[in-house]
Design a protein around this ligand. Structure first.
Ligand code: GSH
Length: 209
């Protein structure tokens, strides 16, 4: 199997963390989104919307970060979807993709749009729900890192670097997530690109949002 990814891409990081945690035999193929690497005929044949990540498998290419993880989990073992907690893990993956990752991307690349202006409030609401979820546990699904934490942790890592301040339980959970070796690995791989592209939000922007 071959995973097409870029280290800065948060959705790529979801797939990379899962691959590393699961120990799958997957070759990593870096794509260069800044020189039209996502627009080549070869790439679009794998990923019809021209987005990463995409996983090449013996059954054909699979796009969408969560679908990639679900495909790998189907092959076993269950690592990212803890038995008995699959619905909860998927629910938090969806919430985080919609209400942390998407607004984070808006803040990262286009902050002065109507969606960007609303993004901090959306993220704070999701962090509030996450703080409640974490009231009696270390991770979203219990005492181990899972798909339920993955998207939220990657988005929160970027949001904190952009200048948003999570509630204390979320800040403590984020440190636990970042200490998971597979997460720490992707933070390290992303670092040079983060330094180059991430522009912290101004105090004025944060105060108004
Ligand atoms: N829902 C998709 C989102 C994938 C996505 O938006 N990837 C971004 C990078 S993080 C991308 O490839 N953007 C390039 C583009 O939209 O042109 C997933 O979960 O994989």
């Amino acid at each position: 199997m071959r995973l097409h990814f870029h280290p800065l891409s948060p959705y790529s990081r979801k797939a990379m963390v899962a691959v590393r945690l699961r120990g799958d035999a997957v070759e990593l193929q870096e794509v260069d989104p800044f020189s039209r690497g996502l627009r080549t005929a070869e790439f679009v044949a794998l990923s019809p919307y021209g987005k990463m990540p995409v996983l090449e498998t013996s059954e054909g290419p699979i796009c969408e970060s969560t679908s990639i993880i679900e495909y790998l989990e189907e092959q076993g073992p269950a690592v990212m979807l803890p038995p008995g907690r699959q619905r909860l893990a998927r629910h938090w993956d969806r919430l985080a993709d919609l209400y942390l990752m998407a607004p984070m991307a808006e803040l990262f690349w286009r902050r002065d749009t109507p969606l960007g202006l609303k993004a901090p409030a959306v993220c704070r609401k999701t962090w509030g729900l996450l703080a409640q979820q974490l009231a009696d546990r270390d991770f979203v699904c219990g005492d181990a890192f899972s798909l339920g934490d993955l998207s939220a942790a990657i988005a929160s890592d970027y949001l904190v670097r952009l200048g948003l301040e999570p509630p204390a339980p979320v800040a403590a959970w984020l440190q636990r997530c970042l200490a998971v070796p597979a997460m720490a690995w992707t933070v390290e791989l992303a670092e040079g690109h983060v330094q180059r592209f991430l522009k912290p939000l101004s105090a004025e922007f944060l105060a108004d949002s």
